[in-house]
Design a binder for this molecule. Structure first.
Ligand code: NAI
Length: 455
């Protein structure tokens, strides 16, 4: 098949979700990828990194087991074995995804695609056409001008495949990738220093969450400098040397560059065929349509949050849009975010600063400390759940920090996206003893009837 209703370039989270949903809706689909189906998320991002983070949690548990009266000795980290476990997880999911795509009759074409006309993508000399074209080519790990990625200076792509635990690492960038890798390496026994140019770690989060993470990292012995920009780096056979703009020099075995991801849109014929881009990002309207009729773009190549689940939702949205189902517009602000470091960070909706900018004094904020939560005490984690609500109105943001709080994001996103009032949630029952009770307690308090909370 060389022509279809939906022609998708890129088989990552956005592209394959669009393919599956389109097929479900009875549309014919061609899906093109130069690499493995599943993209960054499955092969180089979310899934393999979370497997490493789980291994890191196991290492921490054995290191701290004495606190719980369990005698174990952490002998060390067998990195090839950790990687084998990680690869096993990825391989099983990859196989499942391939089966799924096949069973829905999606035509998968492996090869590098290029847009050669507004309705045509060329792959290895063959032209494929679509009544609709969906660009879903994803993102790549960026570096800083002048900082070449090679040898001991690496991005998450190389860091993920190390077959040893470095003795020391400098992590450039205290955003999501930076704090997650810092967390893994510290748990595996490395000496870690994060360099963040802005005043806080995870600077896109509510400032109280950033501060709590900084406290926790200090306690874990993870070093960081905040508010100082990186100036330069050199490497030798034995290590890297990093100079900051204030003249400070640091050295380590490796340097991880985690300064953001850029859109994969160069040299694929997008601009040549009139698709409007801005600094590499494909410009789309709120219905994910580009300026060229019949061409849509989804996921990381569109400006906004770069998250796999945003890509999935974009893909589903475009499939439904093409099928004429008039799907609901996806607002970035209410997309849940989880950073899987230890302790975890999870949030959805407006942070306090954004809510105050939008509603002035008409904002209520409540922070429920996990110290009052039984299960969190059992796990030995500190942290909190912070609610941001409009006065006499709905909850507009939920911000959490603490071990395993990522698991609370499901209810949190439901509350924010369904515009629930604190009173609505306060009447619902949260099972005891779970960390989820903290969500209930926070809403009880904001509804004016705190239970396990000090005044
Ligand atoms: P990021 O944008 O989250 O963080 C990059 C950090 O580097 C920023 O805090 C920035 O201030 C800092 N920075 C930039 N230039 C600097 C300089 N010259 N000196 C010092 N600091 C500097 O990007 P990151 O962490 O690379 O992640 C890329 C994308 O992947 C993000 O959009 C992230 O959300 C996504 N991702 C999501 C994950 C999740 O949902 N758990 C996991 C990993 C990545």
């Amino acid at each position: 098949m060389t022509s279809a209703d939906v022609l998708i370039l890129g088989g990552g989270s956005g592209g394959y979700a669009c393919a599956l949903r389109s097929a479900e809706l009875g549309l014919s689909v061609i899906l093109i990828d130069k690499d493995k189906l599943g993209g960054t998320c499955l092969h180089r991002g979310c899934i393999p990194t979370k497997a490493l983070l789980h291994a890191a949690e196991v290492a921490d548990s054995s290191r701290e087991s004495e606190n719980f009266g369990v005698k174990t000795t952490l002998e060390g980290i067998d990195m090839p074995k950790v990687n084998e476990y990680r690869d096993g997880v990825v391989a099983r999911l990859y196989k499942g995804l391939q089966g799924l795509v096949k069973s829905r009759n999606v035509t998968f074409i492996e090869g590098e695609g290029k847009l050669v006309a507004p309705n045509t993508v060329e792959v290895n000399g063959v032209n494929y056409t679509g009544k609709n074209v969906v660009l879903a080519t994803g993102s790549y790990a960026k570096s800083i001008p002048g900082l070449e990625i090679s040898g001991r200076i690496m991005t998450s792509d190389q860091a993920l495949n190390l077959d040893y635990v470095p003795a020391s690492v400098i992590v450039l960038g205290g955003g999501v990738i930076g704090v997650e890798f810092a967390s893994v390496w510290k748990s595996f026994g490395a000496d870690v220093t994060i360099l963040e140019g802005l005043p806080h770690l995870v600077p896109n989060e509510d400032i109280s969450v950033s501060k709590a993470l900084e406290r926790a990292y200090r306690k874990r012995g993870i070093n960081f400098t905040l508010g100082t920009k990186f100036a330069s780096a050199t490497q030798s056979d034995t290590g890297v040397e990093v100079t900051l703009e204030d003249g400070k020099i640091l050295s380590a075995e490796l340097l991880l560059v985690a300064v953001g991801r850029g859109p994969n849109t160069a040299n694929m014929g997008f601009e040549d065929n009139g698709v409007a881009t801005e600094r590499g990002w494909v410009v789309v309207n709120e219905r994910l349509a580009t300026n060229i009729p019949g061409i849509f773009a989804v996921g990381d190549i569109t400006p906004g949050l770069q998250l796999a689940h945003r890509g999935f939702q974009h893909g589903i949205f475009v499939a439904e849009e093409i099928a004429g189902l008039n799907p609901v517009v996806i607002a970035d602000i209410n997309i849940p975010k989880v950073t899987y470091c230890e302790p975890e960070v999870a949030s959805v909706g407006m942070n306090e600063e954004e809510a105050r900018a939008a509603f002035g004094d008409e904002v209520n904020v409540y922070e429920y400390n996990l110290g009052g939560n039984g299960k969190s005490q059992i796990l030995g984690t500190a942290g909190f759940i912070k609610l941001v609500a409009q006065k006499d109105g709905p909850v507009v943001g939920i911000h959490m920090v603490g071990s395993r709080v990522g698991e609370q994001i499901g209810e949190a996103q439901l509350i924010v996206n369904w515009e629930a009032y604190p009173e609505d949630v306060a009447t619902l029952i949260h099972a005891h003893p779970t960390q989820n009770e903290a969500m209930g307690e926070a809403h009880l308090a904001l509804a004016g009837k705190p239970l396990h909370a000090h005044a």
